[in-house]
Design a protein around this ligand. Structure first.
Ligand SMILES: CC(C)(COP(=O)(O)OP(=O)(O)OC[C@H]1O[C@@H](n2cnc3c(N)ncnc32)[C@H](O)[C@@H]1OP(=O)(O)O)[C@@H](O)C(=O)NCCC(=O)NCCS
Length: 330
């Protein structure tokens, strides 16, 4: 096994909107059923932010929880990275606003847009800031209000997505046993429009027409994403383990991005990974994009599924199509 990079997660936190939307709630709005959603996705309910709850609020609450858990004050934070595709505004970065909400110094603060794999990309960038000595303490956040960009009239997408935020605090590891063993990331832009928002960007700036044609919502070719996700998740899992010189059976826990229970089950089966080692909470929260992994991580820390010294693999895939992984000894 490689020695890895001496970076550790010293705190985790999350925040969820209170409003629960069940499959039956959605079946009253679009032509779907609870059975269809459970069978095809594993999702039973998801959270929806109230109109006055936007991404900055979710990010702030999750960050405050992570800082408290780490025993780190806002003044000690050297960098904030927010992974999101649903920023507070198009401009400026949500991370910049978060810096003030938290009471941090004038530190580096930027957003990272890699959709559902965004948190793991941000985790990697944050770790690299520490490894290169640019920062000592980094706050990495995944925060999304996906229900704002999901067409609630489109049954192919509205059943999948929910709102949430999660955060971790990273620091240079003092205990040499704690480290990041391997990190992988990549993207295939040829599949870039399998999940995309056609309107509101520079290609199709906002106009009455783009709004009338519902181009500001997420458009997705679900079946194509599904097929690619199964193969690529399995490949990334294998490659990350190989980089670290560990076998899949050495992993204590895998935290996959919660996109679809069937994607996760198929990818894990291909990798020879028993589902007892795989963290699942998609049934309660749906796909929360960049929030899904820090959310699951925080839950696993709280309920004792993650213990010090364990080898845990985080692995995500999303729009881009992009993917990222991090194998961490906690
Ligand atoms: C979206 C997804 C659940 C659809 O499941 P699927 O088994 O692939 O279903 P298909 O898209 O092939 O559609 C099958 C049928 O179900 C229908 N359908 C789609 N959504 C439905 C819903 N919510 N309720 C009932 N029927 C639905 C389709 O219209 C289609 O009907 P048809 O055969 O009459 O045309 C699945 O493709 C998926 O999860 N893809 C990955 C999406 C994802 O993870 N995106 C984010 C990546 S991070």
């Amino acid at each position: 096994m490689k020695l890895g990079w001496p970076v550790e997660i010293v705190g985790t936190g999350m925040w969820l909107p209170e409003t629960v939307v069940t499959n039956d709630d959605l079946a009253r709005v679009v032509d779907t059923t609870n059975d269809w959603i459970v069978q095809r996705t594993g999702i039973r309910e998801r959270r929806r932010a109230k109109p006055e709850e936007a991404t900055l609020l979710l990010a702030t609450r999750a960050s405050q929880a992570a800082l408290a858990d780490a025993g780190v004050t806002p003044e000690e934070v050297d960098a904030i990275i927010v992974a999101t595709v649903t920023p507070e505004y198009q401009l400026p970065a949500t991370a910049s606003l978060l810096q003030t909400e938290l009471g941090c110094r004038w530190i580096q603060a930027f957003d990272l847009g890699a959709a559902c794999s965004g948190f793991v990309w941000a985790f990697q960038v944050g770790a690299q800031q520490i490894i290169t000595g640019v920062a000592r303490t980094v706050l990495v956040v995944g925060a999304e209000t996906l229900t704002r960009i999901t067409d609630q009239q489109d049954r192919g997408t509205c059943v999948l997505f929910g709102d949430a935020a999660g955060a971790v605090v990273l620091r240079a590891a003092t205990d040499p046993a704690r480290s990041i063993l391997a990190m992988r990331a990549g993207a295939d832009g040829a599949r870039g429009r399998l999940i995309y928002i056609p309107g509101g960007g520079s290609k199709e700036p906002a106009s009455h027409r783009t709004v009338d044609e519902r181009l500001h919502y997420m458009h997705m070719q679900g079946r194509e994403v599904y097929k690619f996700a199964v193969t690529q998740m399995h490949t990334v899992l294998d490659e990350t383990c190989a980089d670290a010189g560990v076998s899949v059976s050495d992993l204590k826990l895998v935290i996959p991005h919660q996109s679809n229970l069937r994607i996760i089950e198929s990818a894990c089966e291909k990798a020879g990974l028993p589902m007892e080692k795989v963290l699942i909470n998609i049934d309660r929260y749906g796909n929360t994009s960049s929030a899904s992994i820090p959310l699951a991580l925080d839950e696993a820390v709280r309920d004792g599924r993650i213990k010090p010294g364990q080898t845990v693999l985080m692995c995500a895939l999303g729009a881009g199509i992009s993917w990222a992984s991090a194998l961490v000894r906690l």
